[in-house]
Design a protein. Structure first.
Ligand code: GLY
Length: 333
């Protein structure tokens, strides 16, 4: 991995400094204090993503960020790595199918100008994140689903291919023997790669992509392609993404809520924890209900929190690309 020196950039208000020159002594002192209080240290560039598969995805994103590339290009390139990995059973090609044996993919992307695009229940297209970006850039819409999304993808030059692999077919056939829907915590639930990046220009972007819950009902869509649920970016504040049981994330507008809490002064970790606690409080029983949030604020600080232990996030900055365990509310055996 090509590494850059981490840059600590002190950002102060130029307008404020100009004012300072013209003010009286006492006013100057007050303004100096204000400027010091407003001084922001930005840790950039940085990219963070969910789960262990985020390490390889971060490498691709870092290639772009370290060359002063855009956060939007970085997150798209990053999550495409997971989508195109046939050994990853929860994203893109090789993702576990629904109960009818169909691989249906969900993805969304959002940039620093609040532009966003999404696809849901998309079949036979390996890189839904790039289709989501085309929806954002080439249409007046935010989301395309099902057949329409596939037709749009093909019209943009994406190739149709069989996304079932030998391994995913084998696992689906084994599941069919009992046909019991009991997702295994942190295994069939670790279904998403969400990625957030802050680039050299100080702009944020995010991407989120998944094959969704294994053996779901055909047509089921989770949180991952829903802007505000699986992903949200506000360039003034920060970005957040979610993983785990999508239904629980949608019910609390999870990622948008994390960003709003950061806007109100919470750190990324505190904001993630508060939304996880809200999910817990809204369910009588959270047995097996894993949800995790990952957040990155405008200063390049990150945080994560999950209902159960076992969630981790990959963090790539100047010298490192490493897995960090998220804090959690509950232990499990
Ligand atoms: N978090 C992914 C899903 O529920 O589909």
């Amino acid at each position: 991995m090509k590494k850059n020196r981490r840059e600590f950039i002190k950002v102060s208000a130029i307008g404020g400094a100009a004012l300072l020159l013209n003010s009286s002594c006492t006013e100057s002192e007050e303004l100096k204090d204000e400027l010091a209080a407003e001084e922001i240290i930005q840790n950039k560039p940085i990219v963070v993503s969910t789960w262990e598969h985020g390490l390889a995805a971060n490498e691709a994103a870092w290639e772009i960020l370290s060359k002063k590339g855009k956060a939007l290009d970085a997150v798209e390139a990053g999550v495409r790595v997971s989508e195109s990995d046939p050994e990853n059973l929860t994203v893109g090609i090789g993702g576990l199918p629904d109960r009818d044996g169909k691989v249906t993919l969900d993805a969304c992307i959002m940039d620093h100008t609040s532009q966003c695009g999404a696809v849901a229940c998309l079949e036979e297209i390996e890189n839904p994140i790039s289709v989501a970006r085309k929806v954002m850039e080439d249409t007046p819409h935010v989301m395309l689903v099902g057949k329409g999304a596939q037709e749009f993808a093909v019209s943009k030059g994406f190739e149709k291919k069989n996304l079932l692999t030998t391994e995913s077919t084998k696992q689906w056939k084994e599941w069919l023997e009992k046909s019991e829907y009991e997702p295994i915590i942190n295994i069939e639930n670790h279904d998403t790669i969400g990625m957030l990046a802050l680039d050299e220009d100080g702009n944020l972007a995010g991407a989120c992509t998944t094959s969704g819950m294994a053996y779901k009902l055909h047509g089921r869509v989770g949180d991952s392609p829903i802007i505000g649920a699986g992903l949200f970016v506000d360039n003034e504040v920060g970005a957040a993404c979610a993983t785990g049981v999508g239904e629980a994330v949608i019910r609390v507008a999870g990622s948008a809520m994390v960003v709003e809490l950061m806007r109100n002064g919470k750190s990324p970790s505190e904001a993630c924890k508060e939304v996880v606690n809200r999910i817990i409080s809204k369910h009588e029983n959270v047995d097996g209900l894993q949800v995790g949030f990952l957040a990155l604020n405008k200063n390049g600080e990150h945080g994560s929190h999950s209902v159960y232990q076992g969630f981790n996030v990959a963090v790539a900055a100047s010298e490192t690309n490493e897995l960090v365990d998220a804090s959690f509310d509950k232990e499990w055996d």
